[in-house]
Design a protein around this ligand. Structure first.
Ligand code: VGL
Ligand code: ZN
Length: 218
């Protein structure tokens, strides 16, 4: 089914999730085709010229890095106080060039930028809550106080930061659209406590997230 959405600039906002070179080919945690979303996101910023952005922003000794756990390798799972944690290659180092928003993104329409994962002890995928599912990033307050109620999400990675953001957004009462051709996923194989692309998609559909393509927004 082709879904077509008409933008209402008083209530709609585009969310750019982690459009950072660290998640693109040549970066530390590359998502296949991750750089391919940049022109699509720039087109979206012209049809929906009101946006927020997030940046994954970790200290160099972040607890999600495999390098911080003796004998562990990236993509293995460990148990932390707040639950299962995927171990990642070192990535999104706060202040580094690869943690910046991609240089070709037109930042003009971006009204607020939220950085997450800044606490060494706590990972953060969602743009709303860190991975303890309790510590807020502050974005909910910003959106609410501005009367924004419909979120159009794009970015990296579909199966982690975009999926967790969409899920929290629905739980917080937002209407959520996920722009599929403006996202790319990591696509890890199934393992206990770890999200696959299929899990993410099924969970989001079940919660009422609408999957659309960028050409369905007018
Ligand atoms: C992300 C893994 C670790 C993401 C961030 O942006 O999806 N994934 N940190
Ligand atoms: Zn991260």
């Amino acid at each position: 089914m082709e879904i077509s959405m008409r933008i209402d600039i008083a209530h709609d906002i585009l969310g750019l999730v982690d459009v950072q070179p660290t998640f693109m080919p040549g970066g530390e945690l590359p998502v296949a085709g991750g750089d391919g979303i940049v022109p699509v996101v720039n087109r979206l910023l012209t049809t929906l010229p009101r946006a927020f952005a997030t940046q994954d922003w970790h200290p160099a000794d972040h607890v999600s890095f495999a390098s911080q756990h003796r004998g562990r390798a990236p993509f293995e799972m460990i148990e932390l106080s707040y639950g299962p944690q995927v171990l990642w290659p070192d990535h999104a180092i706060a202040g580094s060039g690869n943690a910046a928003i991609h240089r070709d993104i037109d930042q003009g329409p971006i009204e607020v930028i939220i950085r997450k994962g800044c606490d060494r002890e706590l990972d953060s995928y969602s743009t709303f809550f860190e991975n303890d599912r309790r510590t807020p990033t502050g974005l909910d307050g910003w959106l609410r106080q501005r009367g924004l109620s419909r979120l159009f999400l794009c970015g990296l990675a579909t199966d982690f930061c975009v999926a967790w953001s969409a899920e929290d957004a629905v739980r917080l009462g937002y209407e959520v659209f996920l722009i599929e051709d403006a996202c790319r996923g990591i696509g890890l194989p199934a393992a206990p406590g770890r999200t696959t692309m299929d899990d993410a998609r099924q969970r989001l559909l079940g919660l009422g997230v609408t999957f659309i393509n960028s050409d369905g927004i007018a």
